[in-house]
Every structure is written in C-alpha cells, then in structure tokens.
Design a protein around this ligand. Structure first.
Ligand code: NAD
Length: 423
C-alpha cells in the first residue's frame, strides 16, 4: 500500500505501552497544556478541523497532539526531523490516542518526504510546522490544496525566516502565526530549552568533561545565549562568534570571549553552531582545528556545518560511539562530528525538557483555536501571536508553580500612562 493511503506508518506498534508511560511522565511537567486540554475537551473548539502537524515526534509533542484531539481535531502527524522521532511515542499516539502518525526514527530522505506527503494528503485546514516543511510542500508540488487551508502555525526561527521570504514575494498562500516569536516561546524554549538540551546531547554522545574546555558557540541569538550560559555553568571557557555587532557586543559584556570563527577554530575544543544560517562551521575553520575537536549543530538544519568541506579534507571516517563520527584528515588530525550535523539536542538527547515545551505547545494549541475562530478576518500574512495569548500562558505557568506577582495600582497605571508626572 502506498504510504499516503495508510492510516499510519510507524516503526513498531508494540512499543505503545512504553511510549504511553513516557507521555504521561512529560504530561506531569506540562500543567499549562493540561489545563488547555481539559478546556478543549469541554468546549471542542477544533471540532472536525483537519490538521497536518510536522513536528519532532517526542513525548511533549504527543501531549500537544492529545490537546488537539481533545479539541475535536482530526490530526495527522509527521516528523520534522528524521532522527528525532521517538518510535514508542509514535506507537502510543496511534494505539492509545487515535492519531495518524507517519514517522520512523532514522527514516531515509525519501521516506521522510513520503511521510510529509501523507500528512498533506489529509487536506489540512490547519498546518503546524517546525521548519516550514508542510508549507513548502503546499507552496510547491501541492498548490491545489492551498485553497482549503484556513491557517497555519510555525514553531521555529528557521521556519519563520522562510515564511517571511514567501510573504515578501507575495506568495504566501494562507495566514500563518509565528509561534516562535511569542515571548513565552523564544524567551524560554530557545534559551533555556536549547541551552540545557544541547549540552545534554553533547555530554550523552561523548561523555566528555566540559569543565576547562574551550567551547565555541557560533551565533549569539536566543539559542546561542542559552547554550553559552549553560556551557559556562558547566565550567567551560566560552568563546562566541557572531556576525551581528550588537550581538557580539552583548556576548562580550555578558563576559564571553568574542572572536572570528577562524580564530576560535584554532583554540576551541567543542564547536556548536546555532545560527539558522549555512556554513557557520566551514572549511576555513576545519582547516585549522586542533586534533580531537568536537563539532556539532543545534540550529534547525544540518547546513550550519559544511559537511562537504569536512569531507574534502577527510582521508577516512571511522565509527567511535553512537552519534560520534570520526574524521581522520589528510594531515593526520581527528575531528569528531556529532549526529551527522543535525540537531544534537534532539538526536543525541531528548530535545527540550517538557516544562519548556509546555509553553511553546500551549501557544500552538491556543493559536490553532484562534485561527479557527478568526479565519474570516485573517489575511495571507505572517502574524505575531496575539499578546493576550502570551500573557495568559505566562500567567498560567506562574500559577502552576504557585507563584503570585503584584498588580499595578491605579496610581501606578496613571503614572505610566502620563507624561506630566514624575519629577
Ligand atoms: N536545537 C533546538 O532545539 C532549537 C530550538 C529553537 C530554535 N532552533 C534553531 O536554532 C537556530 C537559531 O535560533 P535563534 O532563535 O537563536 O535565532 P536568532 O536569530 O535569535 O539568532 C541567530 C544568531 O546567529 C547569528 N548568525 C547568523 N549567521 C552567522 C554566522 N555565519 N556566524 C556567526 N553568527 C551568525 C545572527 O547574527 C544571530 O545573532 C535556528 O535555526 C532555529 O530554528 C533550534
């Protein structure tokens, strides 16, 4: 049977029990999403809405899918990265929750795209992307389905960049909300989530002692700040490379060494790219790296590490540990590439902790509801997350930790709104 005709395509349905237990564990750390799921169960705001979701198939995503299903949606899920799928979670989603899942860990490129095609074949009214892959298919080979789409959401920086490019060319086929740009997303997910899980991925893959190493972080955006902060916390001497002078200055004042990539390459022990850009780690850097250097990427696509240029100087590759590929160079050095240059925090660790994804995915769920409610008013544009959704999620998250904050008094509100008070 062709993939698109199946109701699911996963590795092994017998893994469902193990997957379900892990989904429930994550659920315990996701109180905001749980509250939304309970409300969705009562109100059914997504009744009969077809959704194609292209996300990392992890326990946290499973809890988002549960919320969407509770809201009445008909959900097809495919992977946004071939290495991040957790097969037990895919099994539980199919077996215990009735989702249509098309994702197998380690699937080859053809299967990966066949799975996206299968989700798109469900004629989605709402798309949910992490890297704009569904959007790309709908704006490429399946423009016939664009008309039926009410709207979409985008989870990550790289996807938003692609969407803005489509919008700028007047080619965006339906409204999309940039969930990535919500404050309750990137302040926490990109910074604390990527920060912790990237270091976790490096440590799990290599078991190196980070203390005392020179860790080079390339890109000092939201993710880079988190990675640099956590690497420093583990005792590394952190070097930051940037192309934006403001971000470079910020890194300097945050207490890090800042230098050009090629200079950092000579002294670094571990290299982590988080730029959203190609060739952040490149041939000029590989040429001067010390033997033993460890190279990885936490940006969305593996193009951040120019693997072709690494291959050009490689005499032979050799296996060391899972996710650690050794490259012996023609001049006798050894460079170790983690997770084939793909997201190291998802491939070699478990991605973001659930407590962080709680807020990102609460945004996804509430924005889907918003899209259905406001479908008639929305234009073919990239929209920010409505401020009230952001504020509501932050409020719920604080409440879930038992934290109360102060409210402005009337006098304070007046003071902040005036121009003639204050001296
Ligand atoms: N690993 C994860 O789980 C995860 C989570 C969220 C986002 N991401 C991805 O991480 C990447 C970065 O996201 P962000 O939110 O930090 O983006 P951002 O735009 O805030 O930061 C990117 C930074 O990289 C810098 N940069 C660009 N090209 C560079 C180059 N060649 N050399 C040095 N610096 C360069 C930019 O100036 C910018 O400061 C994106 O691809 C995003 O999709 C990954």
């Amino acid at each position: 049977m062709a993939t698109a005709e199946k109701s699911h395509d996963i590795a092994d349905i017998s893994l469902a029990e193990a997957g379900q237990r892990r989904i429930e564990w994550a659920d315990r750390q996701m109180p905001v999403l749980a509250q939304i799921r309970e409300r969705f169960e009562r109100e059914r705001p997504l009744e009969d809405v077809t959704m194609a979701c292209c996300l990392h198939v992890t326990t946290e995503t499973a809890n988002l899918i549960r919320a969407l299903l509770a809201g009445g949606a008909d959900v097809a899920l495919c992977a946004s990265n071939p290495l991040s799928t957790q097969d037990d979670v895919a099994a539980a989603l199919v077996d215990r929750h009735g989702a249509q899942v098309f994702a197998i860990n380690g699937e080859d490129n053809d299967t990966y795209y066949a799975h996206i095609a299968a989700a798109v074949e469900r004629r989605p009214q709402i798309t949910m992307d992490d890297g704009a892959d569904v959007v790309s298919v709908l704006h490429g080979e399946r423009t016939d389905l664009l008309e039926g789409v009410i709207g979409g959401t985008e989870e990550t920086t790289t996807g938003v960049i692609r969407l803005r490019a489509l919008e700028a060319q007047g080619k965006l086929g339906y409204p999309i909300v940039a969930v990535n740009d919500a404050k309750t997303k990137h302040f926490f997910d990109n910074r604390y989530g990527t920060g912790q899980s990237t270091m976790d991925g490096i440590i799990r893959a290599t078991n190196v002692l980070i203390a005392g190493l020179r860790v080079v972080v390339i890109g000092y955006g939201w993710c880079g700040k988190g990675v640099a902060m956590r690497a420093k916390g583990l005792g590394a001497n952190v070097i930051v490379c940037e192309v934006d002078p403001l971000r470079g200055l910020e890194a300097l004042m945050d207490g890090f060494e800042v230098m050009r990539g090629v200079d950092a390459a000579r002294v670094g022990d571990v290299f982590i790219s988080v730029t959203g850009n190609r060739d952040a780690i490149n041939g000029r850097m590989f040429a001067v790296m010390k033997s033993g250097a460890i190279v990885c990427n936490a940006g969305h696509f593996d193009v951040e590490v120019n693997k072709d240029e690494l291959d050009e100087i490689t005499a032979e590759t050799f296996e060391t540990r899972p996710f650690v590929e050794g490259h012996r160079t023609h001049d006798g050095r050894e460079i170790f590439l983690l997770a084939d240059g793909r997201l190291v925090n998802l491939a070699a660790a478990e991605g973001h902790p659930a407590a962080v994804m709680d807020m990102s995915f609460a945004n996804q769920a509430l924005v889907s509801e918003h899209m259905v409610k406001h479908a008639a008013e929305l234009e073919k544009r990239v929209y920010p997350v409505p401020e009230e959704i952001d504020a509501e999620i932050a409020r719920l998250k604080l409440a879930s930790r038992g934290v109360d904050i102060d409210e402005l008094t009337e006098a304070q509100k007046q003071y902040l709104a005036s121009w003639d008070q204050g001296t």
